[in-house]
Design a protein around this ligand. Sequence first.
Ligand code: GAL
Length: 492
Amino acid sequence: MSEIKLPVGAFPPDFAWGAATAAYQIEGGWNMDGKGPSIWDTFCHAKGKVYEDQTGDVACNSYQLWDEDLKCIQQLGLTHYRLSFSWSRLLPDGTTNCVNPKGVMYYNKVINDLIANAVTPMVTLYHFDLPQALENHGGWKSPDIADFFDSYARFCFETFGDRVKLWITVNEPYVCAKFGYEDGIFAPGLKEPGTSVYLVGHNMLRAHARAWHSYDANFRHLQGGKVSIALNSDWAVPLDPASPKDVEATARYMDFILGWFACPVFCTGDYPETMKSRIEARNLELGFSKAPRLPKFLEDEPNPLGTADFFALNYYTSRKVKDTSSHRSELSFSGDQAAEGVTDQSWPVCGVSWLAVVPEGLRKLLKYIKETYNNPAIYITENGFSQTGPVQLEDIDRCQFYQDTLQEIAKALREDGVDVRGYFAWSLLDNFEWTEGFSVRFGLFHVDCYSAELKRSIYRSGREYTAVISNHLSLSLSLSHTHTESNLNKEV
Ligand code: GAL
């Protein structure tokens, strides 16, 4: 019996119950069997970037231990599994000039095994790990990246699209652009405040739109799949709800995180007005007159509007927002945004300081997406709770988190009428948590990344998630039997 309590029948029968991972965080095998290096290999190998100089060289060794991962997936009874492809494992120099057959073999096996076990794969084409060869060519700052990405995406659709029906082009363009090019804390580690962040975000949208159009024109009629882009967002509320400035800053906060990408794709084909006017105003204020910081979408290439077949949302936390527009600041993204998010004292923090646990924020965010972005079908493609310090397999607080979160999703479905299609827990396994290395653990399975065996051991939250899924599936099955029987009776 599940100890996670959920209202009976809260989730639709075909709800996707998943868990997610990303190539660099779990695969290891960083230079095995012809894989080319990625920007995360380079970033981690340069010392001083990651907690204790750890790297994803081995990580969970999923490249060699896929069978163990599959056992975890089977044990949980997942209906869906979200993984990412390592671009440079498939195409070592990033281009289709040279394909790595061993990389193709690896992902073919993963996909075939999933399908043989009735698990639907959702594949992310890009989860932070650009081939280093393309970085050397200018990476996400170069306009050419959209061509390279489109060719890579077509190659994947052609090679795997007969079996993969759910695709994510880019994972969290906000995080890639902001952490990688503004703050310099993620690969490629550039600190170019207030400029590159927008260029990179723009090229990610261009790349995404190209790939979606390629799928739409060449593959959809044959393969019948769906393509989207995974957007991360906090939920934000004004620090002082009575202050019009904080209220306005909250809208801006949301627009600079979610609207930046969601507005072009789901609403207008262009950036939110708040972003355009703030950046313009700051250019004047700071006397910045070089090339436009927020690029424009050109007429002669595919526009991002309408290029998502569902809304893919990564949600972790919430913020209270205060206006900072009167603060003096240099050219920077946060100066443009002019809205600072703080956490509420009453929100528990799990493991890492940024991760205030606010499950009710998810319900509110889902409702906001329904209302702002034209009631899309939504998959929650990531959501999770971290653990630091000594490993606790009896992770009661994480179980509570899953219960609270799933209850909030149930309310969003039943009371707010949000079209939520699935939920992917982050993550299947404890893994390489970017700059935090292995010190922060999000898994449903513990992996001791410091040991040679890399044994997978289920957490209590993994067992409880298993029970949630199996209860849901048996209820759905019994309902469909009742339905069929009553139909038969009718016929008689
Ligand atoms: C997301 C990211 C994941 C994972 C997670 C937890 O931003 O897509 O790779 O690290 O955060 O921090």
